[in-house]
Ligand binder design. Sequence first.
Ligand code: DX5
Ligand code: ZN
Length: 222
Amino acid sequence: MKISPSILSADFTRLKEELKALEDAGADYVHVDVMDGRFVPNITIGPFIVDAIKRSTKLQLDVHLMIEEPERYIADFAKAGSDIITVHAEATRHLHKVVQSIKDQGKRAGVTMNPGTALSSIEEVMTDVDLILIMSVNPGFSGQGFIPSSLKKIAGARKMIAASGRNIELEVDGGIKVSNIKEAAAAGADVFVSGSGVFGTPDYRKTIEAMRKEATTVTAKA
Ligand code: DX5
Ligand code: ZN
């Protein structure tokens, strides 16, 4: 299992120190939330900042694009140093083509959908993707509460992955904390995004260790 803290909840006046703190705390990825003010109301990070993040950390960049027509920016985010690029099924008319273009850039391709969108929206790209992200909040802001029905969706995605026979990571994003990570793990998630659940705590290392412990206990039992 992997922990992918969302940098959106970090103190951006101390970005490099925050990234260093994540490395020291044992994070696996850094989750980077890119928002365009169209697909979601908020505007956050562009390729320029992704490039700065890349130059400030050894951690892999798990870039979550919440932007309309992500096909317009795949090359830019790839060049900026993204390792995984995840796009929303709702944001493009050409999901298959976008996934191919991420692969063509030599990057790992992820697909996701909003809580109100069916899992079947990604079915036809199961043969190509490296990661499926289940949104457990409506995208746009950190610090929202976990939507309980996401657990069923995680379980459904786990079944789809098993049926595909492929090695696909199953990530969950939104409202994940030490207190509820176990349920998401039991449903089948193996990569956990957490923004306020990590950055809102005083000791990132302790928090990430506690998350790992909670999640692996369940995985072992399952
Ligand atoms: C929501 C983002 C999430 C969010 C996570 O639009 O995609 O990655 O920042 O933050 P928390 O863990 O605080 O919900
Ligand atoms: Zn995200």
